[in-house]
Design a protein around this ligand. Structure first.
Ligand code: NAP
Length: 499
């Protein structure tokens, strides 16, 4: 066991300097932990907001709710903040809090092994690091999913994924195709529709969309909020209250709220799209909210422009000239944009992560990607996975989720510092109990409504939180000690052979 001085100020490696990594650095320091190393693979912080720079990128959670609770932002330009200003916000908070200077940029963690009670990390710069705790703050949606379509590489025009936007190519006047109609595509289409010569939207599955007015904040609005963290917090609480009592309830079992949400989405389609043929193409055949509900004010207008076509015939293959659909038509294109989403179950991978006894993360997750309370992995002591499996609560703010997880995690580290836990490691039984509890809750959710979405794992189980936000917050208030390993295997009495 480590001496109490080392326990007082444990060394912690935070992997990733996105929204969660920045938060962790701040919260660890507040808890009196100063030996913190933040490793970031890129040359800038910001995570998803650094990587997604496609036209129209914005957050569909109200901006005043999409902030750290301790640092409201009076400067938001709109109710739904644009990607660049969100990136600027994180940069600003990290600078103010002295986090930026602590980040080791351009240094990806390649290996992370638990050896003799410590984590040993190897980075892309060839450096080695030994720490007591590892916090993986690598985010959920950061590995672009490229579609498995025959001939994808044969396309001779310009082609890129939305998370790797090519700003060198001007779309003005070009024949552009976009595959996908998820949240990303809908935002991008709203913008590209105005610039492209012709835009073909290849839609495999239509989506339910809700329109929420996106008011802009005037200088006077901003001035009223400057220096008023109390007012900013109150606005954030109001939005949170509304989301919790409408959307979050609608997806987790409230029939009344679901009926209201369905009515709103159906009405939006009916009112927004005049042509019955096009409306039919855009009408989903699964319950509202089964796929992540899209909050968007520009998509329906864009697809009704003369220079935009919605193509619903299945894509057969891609050739050098463009996209060939199953009716034999070749849609000739100059640019093909892949708005085809992400691999949501990769988390910290492809990092070579090995826990106790050399068990790899691929072995631990060979049957299913699961965690205890989304954060702890049995066999991986003193390792935390922020925003891990079953964290997301529909369209709620991931910042709020991260803050609750951070506070729970710090309570666990505190138990270790006081010597009440030999290591912070959930038991396999606790993980199984927790996941059985999740399965039970899923039965009431709309995510099992028969649609295909990134929420579902390989077995078709949603990797979401199926209960209310309040329930989640309550359950993460205090760690339940019985769910954790009480005697670390290396500290246990050796088993005596039976007489
Ligand atoms: P997504 O929701 O997974 O959508 C991917 C789209 O690509 C779907 O329309 C999918 O069709 C289509 N697709 C994938 N492979 C295809 C193939 N082989 N052939 C034809 N179509 C194919 O991805 P996303 O739009 O990037 O959004 C992912 C998540 O990012 C969102 O749900 C949200 O959580 C987050 N996001 C948030 C915001 C925000 O404002 N907060 C903005 C953007 C994204 P199917 O539906 O048929 O599978």
């Amino acid at each position: 066991m480590q001496d109490s001085t080392a326990r007082q100020n444990p060394s912690v490696a935070v992997i990733g300097a996105g929204m969660t990594g920045i938060l962790m650095a701040i919260k660890l320091r507040e808890a009196g932990i100063t030996d913190i190393t933040i490793l970031e693979k890129a040359d800038k912080l910001g995570g998803t907001w650094r990587e997604n720079t496609y036209p129209g990128v914005a957050c569909d959670v109200p901006a005043h709710m999409y902030t750290y609770s301790f640092r409201g932002n009076p400067e938001w330009s709109h109710r739904f903040a644009r990607g660049a200003e969100i990136q600027q916000y994180f940069q600003q908070v990290a600078d103010e809090q002295g986090v930026t200077g602590q980040v080791r940029f351009n240094e990806a963690v390649e290996s992370c092994h638990y050896v003799d009670g410590k984590w040993q990390l190897g980075t892309s710069k060839g450096t080695q690091l030994e720490v007591d705790f590892v916090v993986s703050a690598t985010g959920i949606l950061h590995h672009p999913a490229y579609p498995d379509i025959e001939g994808l590489d044969s396309f001779k025009g310009d082609m890129w994924h939305t998370a790797r936007w090519n700003h060198d190519v001007d779309l003005a006047g070009k024949r552009v195709g976009i595959i996908g109609t998820g949240s990303t595509a809908c935002q991008a289409i709203g913008e590209i529709g105005h610039t492209a010569g012709h835009l073909t939207v290849f839609q495999r599955t239509p989506q339910w969309i809700i329109r929420v007015a996106d008011k802009s904040y005037s200088e006077a609005d901003k001035a009223r909020l400057r220096g008023r963290q109390d007012k900013l917090a109150a606005i954030s609480r109001r939005y949170a209250f509304v989301l919790r009592n409408t959307f979050s309830k609608a997806v987790t079992g409230s029939k009344l709220q679901h009926a209201y949400m369905s009515w709103t989405a159906k009405r939006n389609l009916r009112k927004s799209v005049r042509d019955p043929e096009l409306r039919k193409k855009l009408t989903p055949d699964y319950p509202v909210g089964c796929k992540r509900l899209i909050i968007n004010n520009t998509f329906y207008d864009a697809v009704q422009r003369d220079n935009v076509t919605v193509e619903t015939t299945a894509i057969e293959r891609i050739c050098d000239a463009g996209v060939v659909t199953s009716d034999g038509v070749t849609h000739e294109l100059d640019v093909l944009i892949l708005a085809t989403g992400f691999h949501p179950f990769n988390f910290m991978r492809p990092m070579d992560l090995r826990g106790r006894n050399g068990q790899t993360i691929d072995e631990a997750w060979s049957k299913k990607v699961q965690a205890y309370r989304s954060l702890c992995l049995p066999g991986f002591p003193n390792f935390f996975l922020m925003l891990g499996p079953n964290t997301p609560i529909g369209n709620y703010s991931v910042i709020a989720m991260s803050e609750v997880q951070a506070s729970y995690m710090l309570k666990l580290i505190d138990l270790w510092r006081r010597g009440d836990l030999p290591v912070v490691e959930a038991t396999e039984q606790a993980k199984q109990r927790f996941n059985a509890y999740l399965r039970e809750g899923m039965k009431n959710t709309v995510w099992v409504g028969g649609c295909q979405s990134w929420y579902l794992d390989a077995d078709g189980d949603p990797a979401m939180w199926p209960y209310s936000w309040q329930q989640w917050e309550k359950e993460l208030q205090q760690p339940e000690l019985d769910d954790f390993v009480r005697v670390a295997p290396e500290e246990a009495e050796p088993l005596r052979p039976a007489a």
